[in-house]
Design a protein around this ligand. Sequence first.
Ligand code: 28G
Length: 650
Amino acid sequence: MAEKRYESKDLVVLDGLDAVRLRPGMYIGTTSSRGFHHILWEIVDNAIDEISNGFGDTIIITLNEDGSATVEDNGRGIPVDIHPTLKKSGVEVVYTTLHAGGKFNNENYKFSGGLHGVGASVTNALSRWCKVIVNKGGKQYFIEFHSYEDEKGKIHSGVPVTPLKEIGKTDKTGTKVTFLPDDRVFGKQEFVYDTIIKRARELAFLNKGLRITVNDERTGEENHFHYEGGIKDFVSYLVEGKNSLFKNPLYISAESKIVDLEVSFVSTDSYTENTFSYVNNIPTTEGGMHEIGFKTAFTKVFNDYARANNFLKDKEPNLLGEDFREGLVTVINVKMSNVQFEGQTKTKLGNPEARTEVEALATQELTKLLADKKNATYAEIIIDKAKQAAKVRLAAKKAKEFARAKNSAENFNLVGKLASCTSRDKSKCELFIVEGDSAGGSAKQGRDRRFQAILPLRGKPLNAEKKRVDQVLANEEIRTIISALDTGFGEDFDLSTLRYNKIIILSDADVDGFHIRAILCTFFYRYMRQLITEGHIFVGLPPLYKVYKKDYEKYVYSDAELADAVTSAGKGYMIQRYKGLGEMNPEQLWETTMDPANRTLIQVTIEDAAEAERMITTLMGDNIDERKAYINEHANFDRVDTFMRDYKNI
Ligand code: 28G
């Protein structure tokens, strides 16, 4: 009886890895660039777990010339002894057992102690081969797995080539894993160095003391990340290029049975709040219970302090949380078990106990922090800024009411730039938001005026993330968009009055165009989110080239397609390269980009917009040139057709 049970369990193990290959999306979400990198992070996560448990301090990630990646740590080494019932080495168990709860990704099960090593089997299942070396107890061990096709064409995933064997002596300890992502799963893809160093840096900030090296054997590039200050250094990094009002970020930390918490923050002269929260090293972009708990504590402690120290008079009302957070840059780092993620992008912490626990710990620690006389000036800076913010908030409220009253008269002027369409049927109407007056002019002439409206954008719309509501409102480009859509915005947003079923962003395939798309996406994400979730926002794809000769003409939308077009054109062809929308005449613009029968539209998803916002908010300060240089370096315009993926790669 007992024996039979083990047999069937073994079967499940084999089946498990094949199941991963059958439906990779169930385990890693997607087989796009994100999924391709995900299987690397699964391995890195295991190394981080080992180091967080107090064993070792260094991780080396190497991107090899053959397309494989190697991850090495100096922990204890995965156990090598034979599992008494499974009759396999610990290493083999870790790399071939699909752990319970493996469905949808394992990110939900971090910090639960018992699940050390989860996820490695998913990486193994989706690799062509995977080699593991363990250094432990004076000896070096090796095992290799491969995924192969049998005579019947069936693929067997992550099968050990031989059992674990001893291959030599060593005085080191640790684990070293090399794997080649399988192109039968992911297609032709490569590891993106910038994606990897960005996440490696983030992990080094979030895990104080951890040393991560990233080596790119393909190019010879190398980066080291190590922050003794942890998230304090993270906050300093985030405010580079902004004007910090503190000499150093403030920091609190506390541990309880339920959560480990650390928070660092700094006040800047900017007008938006920027809170970056993480749970078990995963960014919680949509916030959640831990963020709410911290914000509640912060508001209460600072209000109490303000009253006790006479910054607030008896009859003055309490300041609001948003007042205190104006210009504040905060990193919240929580570790806890059994996390539940919710929300549209599954990046919102749902656990109610995180709220009460974080609130209690943060109240206690922030109170201690402010009781320290050394921090009196910091408290005063935050309170002064909050009082200023409250004043502006009240003034802005009045201004908004006033603006609403004369709304109709004003709209008349603003919408002057808009070339509206004649149809009254909203479900058929489209609004093109077009970069530049010249392209706007072509679009106006080329369009089908029955259902296509054109709104040319003159300057660059301001970065909605960076400004207060009243400043967002004051920007002419933004006001024009708001009036044209007729939905209101922010709390007043009403989807039912939307005038256009499709809102199509048309911008150039260059740095400015990329930036404009990111800014518009961020604006819609912040102030008109339903437009995105209900699927109304699109990006139009203009062609990059025209290949032509007598009696032949073909528009080409990516560098990859160019070679094909040239081949089919045959001898004597010419190539025109379009540097911007403005270079196309009205007919060409209609034919290639606006005609519903021929055009390609990319629908902007909530993930794209969240990512655009994250790109804009995490990476750069107010310095536009720095930002431009960054985008210039990282956006890949040879692949316009996948620009949304480029967002993700940043
Ligand atoms: C370099 C690439 C990725 C890892 C360890 C260390 C241990 C471990 C990993 O245990 C739990 C228990 C036995 C299967 C734990 C070593 C206790 C004592 C470990 C890594 C499950 C896994 N000594 N280091 N797993 N076992 N590093 N780096 O994966 O039965 S995974």
